[in-house]
Design a protein around this ligand. Structure first.
Ligand SMILES: NC(=O)c1ccc[n+]([C@@H]2O[C@H](COP(=O)([O-])OP(=O)(O)OC[C@H]3O[C@@H](n4cnc5c(N)ncnc54)[C@H](OP(=O)(O)O)[C@@H]3O)[C@@H](O)[C@H]2O)c1
Length: 258
C-alpha cells in the first residue's frame, strides 16, 4: 500500500487531494494540520477512515513533520496562503521545514528511500505556461498576487538548490469549485479555469508516476470543456492590486470577503 503525506490538509487544495487519494483503498494518507479538530470538523468522515491518520503540528514542529512524512511515497506540499498578504512566507516556511524533516529522516533511517515532494505552485510564475494569456490580464495577475508569487518563487529556488531531493512543481491556472471535467497534465500551457477536483486528480497522477516528472513544471488542465467561470476574479484582482500598491491597507481590508 502506498502512503502519501498531505500538508495543508485543511485547505481547499489539500482537502481535494485527500478526497482523490481516498478513492482507492490501496492508498494510505498522513494528513498534516495545524488543528486536527478543524480537519475533522471540515471532513467528519475522515476521522473514522482506516486509510487516514492525522498529525497535528505547526510548520516549525520538525519532529512531528518528520514522523508524518516518514515512509511515504510523496509529500503533497499544499500549505499556502490564498490572500496577497504582504510578507507572507508560508511557502518558504513549508519548504525549509520539509527539508529539515527530510534531513532528520536521513539520520533516523539512513537506508530509507525518501519521498518525492509534489509542490503546489502557480502557472503565473512560468512565462512558458502563460504565454497564451492576454498580456494585460497576465500583468494584472502578477501584481494582484505579488506577495504570494514572491514567496512561491523563493521557496522553489531554495528547494531546487537541493538536488538530492526529488521534487516536482504543480503550476495550475486559475482554480474554481466545480464538478470534475477530467484532467490532463501539460508542460506546455495552463488553462484558466480548472476545478480543484481536477487539479487534485492531476497531482495524484504525478505523485503516482514516481520519478517520471522529477524537477519538471507541470500544469493540470481540464480534459473537456465546460469548467465553470469564477466570476469573483475581478474582485480578487481588485483586492490583490490594492494590497500590491498600498500594502499598508492589508490589516484593514483582509477581512473583506475572501
Ligand atoms: N486559487 C487559485 O486560482 C490558484 C491558482 C493557481 C495556484 N494556486 C495555489 O493555491 C494556493 C492556495 O491554496 P488553497 O486554495 O488550498 O488555500 P487555502 O484553502 O487557504 O488553504 C491553505 C492551507 O494552508 C494552511 N496554512 C496556511 N498558513 C499556514 C501556516 N502559517 N502554517 C501552516 N499551515 C498553514 C492552512 O491551514 P489552516 O486551516 O490551519 O489555516 C490550509 O490548510 C495559492 O497560494 C497558490 O499557490 C491557487
Amino acid at each position: 500500500m502506498a502512503t502519501y503525506a498531505v500538508l495543508g490538509s485543511t485547505g481547499t487544495v489539500g482537502g481535494s487531494v485527500i478526497e482523490e487519494l481516498l478513492k482507492s483503498p490501496a492508498r494510505h494518507i498522513y494528513a498534516y494540520a495545524r488543528s486536527t479538530k478543524k480537519l475533522f470538523t471540515l471532513h467528519p468522515d475522515w476521522e473514522k477512515s482506516p486509510n487516514l491518520d492525522a498529525y497535528e503540528g505547526t510548520l516549525q514542529d520538525i519532529e512531528t513533520l518528520a514522523d508524518c512524512i516518514s515512509g511515504t511515497k510523496a509529500v503533497f506540499m499544499c500549505a499556502a496562503t490564498a490572500e496577497n498578504q504582504p510578507g507572507c512566507d508560508v511557502a518558504r516556511q513549508q519548504a525549509k521545514s520539509v527539508v529539515k524533516a527530510l534531513d532528520e529522516l536521513r539520520i533516523r533511517e539512513p537506508q530509507a528511500q525518501l519521498p518525492q515532494l509534489v509542490v503546489l505552485s502557480s502557472s503565473t510564475l512560468e512565462p512558458h505556461l502563460t504565454r497564451d494569456l492576454p498580456a494585460l490580464f497576465h500583468w494584472l495577475l502578477v501584481r494582484a498576487g505579488s506577495h504570494i508569487y514572491a514567496d512561491l518563487e523563493l521557496a522553489e529556488q531554495f528547494l531546487r538548490s537541493r538536488d538530492d531531493i526529488k521534487q516536482v512543481y504543480i503550476k495550475p491556472g486559475g482554480l474554481v469549485q466545480d464538478i470534475p471535467h477530467g484532467h490532463q497534465l501539460s508542460t506546455e500551457r495552463q488553462q484558466t479555469f480548472l476545478s480543484f477536483v481536477d487539479l487534485a486528480a492531476g497531482m495524484v497522477e504525478v505523485a503516482e508516476a514516481g520519478d517520471q516528472y522529477d524537477l519538471k513544471n507541470i500544469s493540470v488542465i481540464p480534459a473537456t470543456e465546460g469548467t465553470r467561470i469564477e466570476w469573483g476574479v475581478p474582485y480578487y484582482l481588485f483586492k490583490g492590486l490594492l494590497i500590491h500598491w498600498l500594502p499598508g491597507l492589508y490589516p484593514y481590508i483582509s477581512n473583506w470577503l475572501p
